[in-house]
Design a protein around this ligand. Structure first.
Ligand code: SF4
Length: 281
């Protein structure tokens, strides 16, 4: 019988959000049976943190959550030293969440791939604040099965990040006809023009792989705030910056001219059905 791949979960500066999200995966037990989990702060594992920091062990898969902070120590040992050792022996490194991928909320020193050129080819960035548990499940299953993932320019798996959050949003029709939501939490209207929704600017599968199997930010009436992108977090999260009523940023890959032309035409029509409260009438 082949031995199971050894997985190790280390943390930098983190709120634990990605761990908590992952703990909600409905098949967590089955997923983790495919690995020997050396260490995770909240899951049953074979090593203590004190044993991990001796650097006498090796892992096949390194999962890193949180921002890398060079001065941080774990059980008295510099995080830099732990990353150097486990990063070198791992066949693959997964930066779990936006802080590990790009620096995120805490980071001033960038993502994991900025820490060592020796690792950069091994890294998969799973950005998101937090990540969807299914995204990590896909990467774990792929690693256990020896599958390779096509990555985008920011080393994110294309299977999860090639499309925009806008794709699959139930409000697409409102976006097309420029019917704006009247506020947060309402069922009707698009959240782009007034509420700062970044679904048309952010890569992610939040509206295709639903949270809890049923929902997403935009489905619940909250704008996407672009947590999968490397410039997250940015200022004015719930505000659409405009200049003379024209949005400062238009949908990704669309010219301002094309956007304004189509928006102008759409606004000359009133779609009666879309001006009604479809859910709460
Ligand atoms: S609410 Fe956001 S994601 Fe949904 S259609 Fe509008 S811009 Fe796109």
């Amino acid at each position: 019988m082949h031995s199971k791949p050894k997985a190790l979960w280390l943390q930098g500066l983190t709120c634990n959000g990605n761990s908590h999200s992952f703990l909600n995966h409905p098949q967590l037990g089955i997923l983790m049976e495919r690995f020997e989990l050396l260490y995770h702060p909240h899951l049953p594992c074979t090593l203590s943190l004190e044993a991990v920091v001796t650097c006498m062990h090796e892992c096949d898969l390194l999962l890193f959550e949180g921002a890398f902070e060079p001065t941080m120590r774990r059980a008295g040992v510099a995080l830099e030293r732990l990353l150097e050792h486990y990063g070198a022996c791992a066949a693959q490194i997964v930066a779990v969440g936006s802080c590990a991928s790009f620096g995120g909320v805490f980071g001033s020193s960038g993502g994991l791939d900025a820490q060592s050129q020796a690792w950069s080819e091994k890294i998969i960035n799973l950005s998101g604040c937090p990540i969807h548990p299914e995204w990590l499940a896909l990467i774990l299953s792929g690693f256990a099965e020896g599958s390779a993932f096509a990555l985008d320019a920011q080393r994110r798996p294309k299977a999860l990040y090639a499309h925009l959050v806008h794709h699959g949003c139930t409000r697409n029709e409102y976006f097309e006809w420029k019917v704006d939501a009247k506020g947060f939490g309402v069922n009707e209207g698009c959240l782009y023009y007034d509420q700062g929704c970044r679904g048309v600017l952010s890569h992610g599968s939040c509206n295709r792989i639903l949270w809890g199997g049923v929902s997403s930010k935009t489905r619940s009436g909250q704008p996407c705030f672009g947590c999968t992108e490397s410039d997250f977090p940015r200022r004015d999260l719930f505000k659409t910056r405009k200049n003379m009523s024209i949005p400062h940023e238009v949908p990704l890959g669309v010219s301002k001219r094309a956007y304004l032309t189509l928006a102008g035409i759409a606004k000359t029509f009133t779609i009666e059905r879309l001006s009604k409260d479809l859910m709460d009438d």
